[in-house]
Design a protein around this ligand. Structure first.
Ligand code: HEM
Length: 341
């Protein structure tokens, strides 16, 4: 009995001390309305307290971390509103809109076929290192995307379906995966940058490619080198967008290490969310066209070899380059200069 009484006394003392400290620190930077405010927050109803704390509430602390003296920061409310509402709208419209566009595109255009038919002869498109870099980036991006979407939308979409316990366990594992997979994802983006930058410098061919609708609008086959204009856009979005996601992600993972202000941390969080959601939407289009949307495309990243007729229709200048032995490329067995027509 005695230890219980002793503990109760301790709790009451701590509560009184806490209330006293709060009451002492509040008036320091309160707006004039504070004059009519109740003496202690515990006596105020919630709405009064909310009105009462519109300005920032800054106290004094003696520990080295001076940030902890800021009890209420008005910009935190804008941040919370952005996080709970605006970001969800951005993600919903971008991802939902992209899915709708892809369904429409499929219904109108159908699968993009190899018009000359498959030749049965192949040409090497991507070597082992290129495919490793691609799948390292792709697999980690997909898991980062799913676990990131869980952070943004999980509470609304999954919690009611899974129940609190399963959702808590899944979210905990998801967060661990999200943190650790950021490292191989960053490595993948850097590898792709180093390997493919030489093939992704924009040039006049890209302008012509876009002007001709990229072969997706209509049935033309505008000439292209290893990467066409659309792929170059994807490449730079992955490198710059992926780079920005990585940088802002590391800023959040090591709080106040690279960025020292609260505003900086909030900005990094907002940028991370917006760029990631937009990239997910864009990558959905890439995944569609690289798999079910275009006949013969997946093999490029699957086996590394594509059908010669596919290559001629989508990357005619690159095929010419490879056939003429340009840039050290080897002519594949079975593929002749005359092609597969
Ligand atoms: C299941 C998922 C994915 C599939 C099926 C897929 C498929 C492909 C294919 C077939 C290519 C080669 C296209 C060609 O030969 O011209 C390619 C290229 C590429 N992929 Fe993916 N990909 C996937 C996910 C991703 C992700 C998540 C990223 C980045 C976050 C990514 C970034 C790239 C880049 C930068 C290229 C080179 C430029 C381009 O072709 O657009 N891929 N992908």
């Amino acid at each position: 009995m005695r230890p219980l009484l002793k503990r109760l006394r301790g709790v009451v003392a701590a509560l009184l001390l806490g209330l006293g400290l709060a009451a002492a620190s509040l008036p320091a930077s309160l707006p004039p309305a504070a004059a009519q405010a109740p003496a202690s927050p515990s006596a105020a109803n919630e709405q009064m307290l909310f009105n009462y704390l519109q300005g920032s509430v800054q106290g004094r602390v003696t520990i080295p971390d001076q940030k902890s003296a800021l009890l209420i920061q008005p910009r935190g409310r804008d941040f919370q509103h952005f996080w709970r509402t605006t970001l969800k709208w951005i993600g919903g419209v971008a991802i939902g809109g992209m899915l709708a566009v892809l369904v429409l595109f499929y219904l109108i255009r159908g699968k993009v076929r190899v018009e000359a038919g498959l030749s049965g002869r192949t040409i090497e498109r991507f070597n082992g290192l290129e495919r490793f870099a691609h799948w390292l980036t792709a697999s980690t991006f997909i898991i980062l995307g799913i676990t990131g979407l869980n952070i943004s939308f999980g509470r609304e979409l999954l919690l009611p379906l899974m129940g609190p316990e399963a959702f808590a366990a899944w979210s905990q594992w998801g967060k661990i995966a999200h943190n650790y997979l950021s490292f191989p994802f960053t490595l993948g983006v850097l590898l792709m940058l180093v390997i493919w930058i030489k093939d992704n410098i924009p040039n006049g061919d890209d302008v012509k490619w876009f002007a001709a609708g990229g072969g997706l609008i209509g049935h033309g086959h505008p000439p292209a080198r290893k990467f066409n204009g659309g792929q170059k856009v994807i490449f730079w979005l992955v490198v710059l967008g992926g780079g920005a996601i990585a940088v802002t992600g590391f800023i959040m993972m090591f709080p106040f290490q690279f960025v020292t202000t609260m505003e900086g941390m909030q900005l990094a969080t907002q940028l991370h969310g917006v760029i990631a959601l937009l990239m997910i939407a864009i990558i959905l289009a890439h995944i569609y066209i690289g798999s079910v949307g275009m006949e013969g495309a997946f093999a490029a990243m699957g086996s590394g070899k594509v059908d010669l007729n596919w290559a001629k229709e989508h990357h005619s200048l690159w095929v010419e380059e490879v056939m003429s032995g340009g840039r050290g490329a080897s002519v594949p067995r079975g593929a002749s200069k005359a092609g597969a027509d």
